[in-house]
Design a protein around this ligand. Structure first.
Ligand code: PEP
Ligand code: MG
Length: 326
């Protein structure tokens, strides 16, 4: 299998019937770029910038951030790099940023909620990103968006910083797509409305599953409820992909499900545009996709989404229809 995967390193990702998909990698720091190139990822679908903050004793400066973003963009030589603005809070703390003690940190002061409440943090990051944008194809996404006003506010800050830089004579790219993570059910349900305003979606299944099933992703006592194949989760995913396509936008997925072989048939069938995963999974998934017929998978996805009543039933339907998984 290794030898077969090796041959796919420089290949496009095509289903058996020739439909094209993009296989991207998730990274946390520029150090992860080696793995991205060694495994033939076509893009970076999630750059988790919070490590930049967590690996430091104080808030990283605009220049420090700029350097990291520039390295990543240059290394990808024009292939897209989706950078997520900082997702601090929840389980991720910073010694130099005082955050409230919370009963439910995952439902609390986290990610874009911090970014909008302490906009100077978000502004610094967006300036660094805007300055780096000329070194490649930059896409920016905001984490933990739950309603449209949050996206509008974050986008407005982006536009303001862009205008400021331009008036200062700094060159910035004019093709930066701005999108959101879909990881809160409220946003997944209203995807049709979001799709009119964002450039793209990236589905964060790690959180989307936790919030849909109300099962803490770190709590072993409720891990049986953490079900990627629960039909409710699958319906939300399909709703998001369909809504984006209706508006001519694209949808990626950057949670763990994107690199899960059992999920690939459904995601191919639903027409997910971009799969972003740990680099070490890219070749395995590219190989699997090359064996799947996208039309047959679309029929399978419809059947699963409409008829499965439990996670087990959904998995059983997939296993039955896709012998290549065995
Ligand atoms: C997710 O929630 O699926 C995701 C990709 O973000 P994180 O795992 O960093 O919360
Ligand atoms: Mg998340």
């Amino acid at each position: 299998r290794k030898a077969e995967w090796e041959k796919l390193k420089d290949a496009e990702t095509l289903s058996k019937d020739g439909k094209k998909f993009e296989l991207a990698a998730n990274i946390g720091t520029p150090k992860d770029l080696t793995g991205v190139h060694d495994n033939g990822a076509e893009a970076i679908g999630l750059y988790r910038t919070e490590f930049l903050y967590m690996d430091s004793d104080e808030m990283p400066t605009e220049d420090e951030q700029f350097e990291s973003y520039k390295v990543v963009l240059e290394s990808m030589e024009g292939h897209p790099v989706v950078v997520r603005t900082m997702d601090i809070g929840g389980d991720k703390h910073l010694p130099y940023l005082e955050l409230p003690e919370e009963m439910n940190p995952f439902l609390g002061y986290r990610a874009i909620r911090i970014g909008l409440n302490q906009p100077e943090l978000l502004r610094v990051q967006l300036r660094a990103l805007l300055r780096a944008s000329v070194y490649g194809t930059l896409r920016i996404m905001f984490p933990m968006i739950s309603n449209l006003p949050e996206f509008r506010a974050a986008k407005a800050i982006f536009e303001e910083e862009k205008a400021k830089l331009v008036s200062e004579g700094v060159e910035v790219a004019d093709n930066i797509q701005v999108g959101i993570m879909i990881e809160i059910p409220a946003a997944a349900v209203l995807a049709d409305q979001f799709a009119k305003e964002v450039d793209f979606f990236s589905i964060g299944t790690n959180d989307l599953i936790q919030y849909t099933m109300a099962a803490d992703r770190m709590n072993e006592h409720v891990s049986y409820l953490y079900q990627p194949f629960n039909p409710s989760v699958l319906r939300l995913i399909k709703n998001v992909i369909d809504a984006s396509h209706k508006e001519g936008k694209w949808t990626g997925m950057c949670g763990e499900v994107a690199g899960e072989p059992m999920a690939a048939p459904l995601l191919v069938g639903m027409g997910l545009d971009e799969f972003s995963m740990s680099a070490s999974s890219v070749l395995k998934i590219r190989s699997l996709i090359s064996k799947l017929d996208s039309e047959k998978m679309a029929a399978l996805a419809d059947k699963v989404v409409n008829e499965a009543t439990t996670s087990d039933e959904a998995e059983e339907m997939i296993r039955e229809a896709v012998p290549e998984l065995a």
